[in-house]
Design a protein around this ligand. Structure first.
Ligand SMILES: *Cc1c(COP(=O)(O)O)cnc(C)c1O
Length: 394
């Protein structure tokens, strides 16, 4: 089986599995306990915090452990909104193609009286910084723009957006779940105030992540209880998961440049091969995208059928995000970059890892060519396009 769905989740690294089992077995104390078991667990916890902080340019006190990307997004956005409300600021700026952890949190805040501006993401899937600047008002309390998109992989001009927010004195949060450990991320040089990350997107375990919060920004609790995480996130810490997350991040950052160079080579081979399919189109900017992301639309194709047939050929891929598959609505990301419903339905996302060889890539290309030809053979939509009853869009 060729696994090309790393944007949904990644396989844990051997090193992360090892440290996780080791901590589960040998270091199972509660970090809040004063005796030896607790203190040893606390050491593991604080070492992980130091390592993670260093890898993203933060200080350890700015790292808060959470249950993953969704919780980090929720907590960051709600906290910034509450800070804003104290000052009478109830306007938030975001984008149309954020992850649902961001979009649904914003929907909830709208019901609480906040006003949300969603910036257009344009055909290439990239936010224009000057449009962020024009959207900022006197009552804007937060700008939240994702670092790299989970479906089309486009990388946003985070540094420029952060610079604008700094100048305008507005909190800048970024959902960097797809970026951390894949492309260089530094909270200082990128002018980031709050940042979400998730371990299972970089070969760490599921159900653990972190939120970076710049010193001086007050975080509000989503979960009330004990005084863990300096009183900002109650609940006994997931010490094994956190230790494994730190290990995975350290290892991935150490080989990031080398991996990216390899992935870009395979990615571009896939893009070139899949472009040969007639009436297909790459989604998102061809260059300003994650090293491992390929996303195409094929006219006259039903994405779900494509996935099932690829699965039968031993290829694990995705059509839109894991959360949207299973629903009949086309991806909000593809609609945001201007794809019409019919075209958006025929999408394929390949998010590759370094285990994929050039031969695997060629096998994927040939399989997609075969399967699209087969499916178009009995597609009424395709027949209409071929007989001129309907017009090609791509
Ligand atoms: C996966 C993902 C999330 C959610 O992270 P979880 O740890 O699964 O909650 C949020 N944002 C983006 C961009 C993601 O890719």
């Amino acid at each position: 089986m060729i696994y090309a769905d790393n944007a949904a989740t990644t396989k844990m690294s051997e090193a992360a599995v090892n440290i996780m089992t080791e901590v589960i077995r040998d270091n199972w104390g509660n970090p809040s306990s004063l005796y030896m078991h607790g203190q040893r667990a606390k050491e593991v916890l604080e070492k992980a915090r130091e390592d993670i902080a260093e890898l993203i340019g933060a200080s350890p006190r700015e790292i808060f452990f959470t249950s993953g990307g969704s919780e980090s997004d929720n907590q960051a956005i709600v906290s910034a909104a509450l800070l804003g409300r104290e000052k009478g600021k109830k306007h938030i700026i975001s984008t149309a193609f954020e992850h649902h952890a961001v979009l649904h949190t914003l929907e909830k805040l709208k019901k609480d009286g906040f006003e949300v501006t969603l910036l257009p993401v344009h055909e290439n899937g990239i936010i224009i910084p000057s449009e962020v600047e024009s959207a900022i008002r006197d009552d804007t309390c937060l700008v939240t723009v994702m670092h790299a998109n989970n479906e089309i992989g486009t990388v946003q001009p985070v540094r420029e957006i952060g610079e604008i927010c700094r100048r305008k004195n507005v909190i800048f949060h970024t959902d960097a779940v797809q970026a951390v450990a894949h492309i260089p991320v530094n909270v200082v040089s990128d002018n980031i105030d709050m940042m979400s990350a998730s371990a299972h997107k970089f070969h760490g375990p599921k159900g653990v992540g972190f939120l970076y919060v710049k010193k001086g920004i007050r975080l509000s609790n989503l979960i009330e209880g004990g005084a863990q995480e300096r009183g900002k996130r109650a609940g006994t810490e997931n010490v094994p998961g956190i230790a494994a997350m730190a290990r995975a991040l350290k290892d991935e950052c150490a080989v990031m440049e080398k991996n990216a160079a390899y992935l870009i080579k395979i990615r571009d081979r896939l893009i070139k091969g899949l472009s040969e399919i007639e009436h297909s189109a790459l989604n998102g900017d061809p260059v300003r995208r994650l090293p491992g992301n390929v996303n195409f639309c094929f006219e006259g194709i039903e994405g779900e059928a494509l996935l099932l047939l690829l699965d039968s050929k031993g290829i694990a891929a995705s059509s839109g995000s894991a959360c949207t598959s299973g629903s009949l609505d086309p991806s909000h990301v593809l609609l945001a970059i201007g794809r019409v419903h019919d075209v958006a339905h025929g999408s394929l996302r390949l998010s590759i890892g370094t285990d994929i060889t050039e031969e695997d890539a060629d096998y994927i290309i040939n399989s997609v060519k075969e399967v699209t030809a087969y499916l178009r053979g009995f597609s009424p939509v395709w027949r209409d396009l071929m007989t001129g009853k309907a017009e090609h869009i791509i």
